[in-house]
Write a new protein. Structure first.
Length: 150
């Protein structure tokens, strides 16, 4: 028997599929509960009948993202950043990488690389000052007039 690792979402889907199997729920209601279309419920139901609980587990699990940067490109950027642009900020470093070396990376990607390589530290967020509550006015509509005269 294989051990399956499932997310909370996949576990709740399995519970809904169990109710569908026992005919205690319609596919329309299941679609509303899971937040997917009826067609998607039909696809999930078919996979559940064929493969059981493992059919509900995501096929992308354990695989790298399709949207990741190529390792060679990242390594080239890291090399140039260490060699020439260690004291630059992410925006200027990004501009120089594009201009001088033809490495087309977004500013966000360069920032992320620079933080990982400890070439740049992000600034801390501004502290939110505490505002003191003012005293309530004694009459409705009353306003304090301040004109600055002694």
């Amino acid at each position: 028997m294989d051990l399956l690792t499932m997310s909370k979402k996949e576990l709740s889907r399995m519970e809904v599929m169990g109710r569908l199997q026992e005919k205690r729920m319609t596919q329309k209601v299941a679609a509303k509960i899971m937040g997917v279309s009826e067609r998607q419920v039909k696809r999930l139901w078919k996979r559940y009948r064929e493969k059981g609980a493992s059919g509900l587990v995501s096929g992308r699990r354990g695989k790298p993202s399709n949207n990741r940067m190529r390792a060679e490109k990242v390594q080239a950027a890291v090399d140039w950043l260490h060699r020439r642009y260690a004291d630059f900020g992410p925006t200027l470093a990004c501009e120089k990488l594009i201009e001088k070396h033809g490495l087309k990376l977004s500013v966000g990607s360069v920032r992320k690389i620079m933080i990982e390589e400890e070439l740049w530290k992000p600034k801390k967020g501004r502290k939110v000052g505490v505002h003191q509550m003012r005293e309530r006015r004694s009459c409705r509509g009353e306003l304090v007039q301040v004109d600055g005269s002694p």
